[in-house]
Design a protein. Structure first.
Length: 329
């Protein structure tokens, strides 16, 4: 079995990660490149990053040993529906020396697979954006939210950043001195935590600083909320509680009460040791006390497992999952 190699890729807006693994659990190579999502970067640049990551992962691997591959990315359906995009990815796959087929899945399914081998369950992701998805027979069944910063992504990094700015502006409107979180946000946006003699003038500076940037960049303020919550700052704690409730409510839309399948938590805000991760775990445990809570792991390895599980020599996919993703909890 060790002669057989599978390849997995986890493609995001900021990075592309690839892994080549044998079926006895040996990691033969890894690769990393820049953001490779064709929706945000364009098809040809995305395919170029895909090729870079693949070549790095295969530098010590004979590509003819690779029997299957999976690419996970947000907006997988758009890529599959775009002949030009699929052709560009096909060329990158071939230019890496690969002759085996590959499948394209949504990043939510790859995150789920990186945390559990269970065929049925739920995945909740909170990073810059937020989405919940129900998984059935290791296929995405139903989703909730993931509608983007303008219309959704409740409880996400963007949401935390936007709400922190809104709280600051409310303080300035009332001419109240901002709390510690407000001062941190003010310093990040204007360069100074101090409020001018006319608070309205400071509010104008804040609005200008935000509107000069792409709206989604508000997500960069989320770490300030997390840090302030760790220090028990009241406004930050309130935002964390509200975000946790919103994320759990997204899960409620697609996951029936009493469901016992696992819930996998993905995205930087839920996989790291953050107050939001703790609050979401507590909220999910309250609503689904019998559900195991898991943390998403290596997305590229999760994609590789999805590629491997349908090979004829794999008779125990759960055992293979434990080999390829030993850190999955």
């Amino acid at each position: 079995m060790s002669d057989t190699v599978v390849v997995g890729l986890d493609i995001g807006g900021t990075s592309t990660r690839a892994a080549a693994l044998s079926l006895d659990g040996v990691r033969l190579g890894t690769g990393r490149a820049g953001g490779g999502n064709p929706t945000s970067h364009g098809v040809e640049p995305a395919a170029a990053e895909l090729l870079t990551a693949l070549r790095a992962a295969l530098v010590d691997v004979d590509p003819t040993r690779v029997r299957a591959g999976v690419i996970g990315l947000a907006g997988a359906g758009r890529l599959l529906a775009d002949p030009h995009g699929r052709a560009a990815f096909d060329r990158a796959w071939a230019d890496a020396g690969l002759r085996c087929p590959y499948a394209v899945h949504g990043d939510a399914l790859v995150a789920y697979a990186s945390g559990t081998a269970a065929p049925n369950g739920t995945v909740l992701i909170a990073g810059t954006g937020a989405i919940a998805a129900q998984v059935h027979d290791l296929r995405l069944d139903r989703t909730a939210d993931g509608h983007g910063w303008l219309l959704g992504d409740a409880g996400s990094g963007f949401w935390l950043g936007r709400e922190a700015v809104r709280r600051l502006l409310s303080d300035l409107d009332r001419a109240d001195p901002p709390g510690e979180l407000g001062r941190r946000v003010l310093a990040e946006l204007t360069g100074s935590p101090e409020v001018a003699a006319r608070p309205r003038a400071t509010a104008a500076l804040v609005v200008q600083a935000v509107t000069r940037r792409a709206p989604v960049e508000l997500a960069r303020l989320a770490p300030l909320v997390v840090a302030a919550a760790r220090a028990a700052e009241p406004i930050a704690l309130a935002l964390i509680r509200e975000a946790a409730t919103l994320l759990a409510e997204s899960v409620t839309r697609i996951r029936p009460a009493g469901t016992a399948g696992p819930v996998v938590l993905g995205g930087g805000l839920l996989t790291a040791d953050t107050p939001l991760a703790d609050a979401v775990r507590a909220e999910l445990a309250r609503r689904w006390p019998d559900a195991p809570l898991r943390t998403a792991g290596d997305g590229a390895a999760g994609a590789a497992w999805l590629a491997a599980r349908d090979l004829p020599e794999v008779i125990d996919p759960a055992a293979l999952h434990a080999l390829l993703l030993p850190a999955a909890t």
